[in-house]
Design a protein around this ligand. Structure first.
Ligand SMILES: C[C@H](O)[C@H](O)[C@@H](O)C(=O)CO
Ligand code: MN
Length: 414
């Protein structure tokens, strides 16, 4: 079906496709840099991941330097319609002028990224990297019983916020600086309270300096468990829900950080009542926090439906969090980002006024019927129109471009 026919079909359900396209266009997705090199970073050539994170696969062509990562990101951006952001971890700084430990990083290591983002019309988000470091080897950082270890990671997170604020200032768009720590225990802890008290105190120190929210927004991310923290995670959902509520921080919901049967979408409306803003890490856990590439599955669609139904797009920062080294990494980025955008578009195209009217009048039969009917409305034609208006390849075209890039660029990386 061509776009004008699709537009008419949607209009018959009271949906304005132009309005949906406008909203989709105004919603950036923050592309996570770490899909490009399996969360390696550029601190040292022999970096190890740690922190309960795992990347499997050995597909050829991973980015080995900042230049290669930027080249790959430029390719990915050409395959994704709209204007977006880059989400950088601290380990992706430019350390070519000499190693700087995490507690001493400054804007110096990140100015190159700011300049590149500015040239590519991208906003920038940031994350302290509290893993893959000798001071995180026992799996404890901000909640460690060792004050020296805590102070080191507090300094790293403080430095990261300042870098985030400078990124936001220079690029004219607030940087979301998201704190995630791996802290937890493999086996049953005797003391669950102490580490949480220490984490809250450490975070209060991290956030002590007030920074202009026009430049930096603080986010905190919970987790259910990781490899080596199966029995106890200090920064659990309840911990951060309480922390973000009492300190009015941005709450990060990672779709892989909950029990597989829990609905992340259902958490959105509750969290919005208590925290100022949300950060999403759109991800796909397969049985656990496996960080599979995002696809247009039901949990992903449900998250975007909730954002639209809660009218929460202006209070939500959408980021991605997956890393798959078993498939072409450029394709992984393109599939995941385009799927997130498609999920959002589908949600924006739902005949909500009719569905809400049915619900308000107690007509639950019509509500269910409309939800089912909306699944087969021609959203794909509206998506193709969005790609074409943004001079990006449509569904039938983008993969050939990835293949060509693999042959001409990735295959030459040994
Ligand atoms: C790289 C990590 O995925 C990221 O920092 C964090 O967001 C996470 O989800 C850890 O499981
Ligand atoms: Mn995450």
């Amino acid at each position: 079906m061509d776009y004008s026919a699709a537009k008419e079909r949607y209009a018959s359900f009271g949906v304005d496709t132009e309005e949906a396209l406008k909203k989709l266009s105004a919603t950036p997705i923050s592309l996570h840099c770490w899909q490009g090199d399996d969360v390696g970073g550029f601190e040292s050539p022999d970096s190890s991941l740690g922190g309960g994170l795992a990347v499997t696969g050995n597909y050829p062509g991973k980015a080995r330097s900042i230049d290669e990562l930027r080249l790959d990101l430029e390719k990915v951006l050409s395959l994704i319609p709209g204007n977006h952001r880059l989400n950088l971890h601290a380990i992706y700084g430019d350390f070519s002028r000499g190693k700087v430990d995490r507690d001493a990083i400054s804007i110096e290591q990140f100015q190159g990224w700011i300049d590149w983002c500015s040239a590519n019309n991208l906003g920038l988000d940031f994350n302290p990297s509290c893993f893959g470091h000798e001071k995180a080897e026992d799996g404890l950082t901000l909640s460690s019983p060792d004050a020296g270890i805590r102070d080191f990671w507090i300094a790293h997170c403080q430095a990261s916020r300042k870098i985030g604020a400078e990124m936001g200032k220079q690029l004219g768009s607030p940087c979301v600086t998201n704190v995630w720590i791996p802290d937890g225990m493999k086996d049953l802890p005797a003391d669950r309270l102490g580490p949480r008290e220490r984490l809250a105190a450490s975070l209060d120190k991290v956030f002590e300096e007030s920074l202009d929210p026009a430049h930096n927004l603080d986010a905190v991310e919970s987790k259910l468990f990781g490899i080596g923290s199966e029995s106890y995670v200090v920064g659990s959902h309840e911990f951060y829900m309480g922390y973000a509520t009492t300190r009015q921080k941005v709450l990060c919901l990672d779709a892989g950080h909950f029990h597989p049967t829990e609905s992340v979408a259902d958490k959105i409306s509750s969290a919005l009542l208590y925290v100022p803003e949300l950060l999403l890490h759109v991800s796909r856990g397969v049985r656990w926090d496996s960080d599979h590439v995002v696809i247009l599955d039901d949990p992903t669609k449900a998250i975007f439906e909730e954002l639209v139904r809660c009218d929460a797009l202006s209070r939500t920062h959408i980021g991605l969090d997956f890393f798959d080294a078993s498939i072409n990494r450029i394709a992984a980025w393109a599939i995941g980002t385009r799927s997130a955008q498609k999920g959002l578009l589908m949600a924006l195209l739902q005949p909500m006024s009719k569905i809400i009217e049915a619900e308000a009048t107690g007509n639950y039969t019509e509500r269910l019927a409309l939800l089912e009917i909306s699944r087969t409305l021609p959203w794909g034609s509206v998506w193709e129109e969005f790609c074409s208006r943004n001079q990006t390849p449509g569904e039938g075209e983008w993969f050939a471009e990835v293949k060509a890039y693999e042959d001409t660029v990735l295959a030459k990386r040994s």
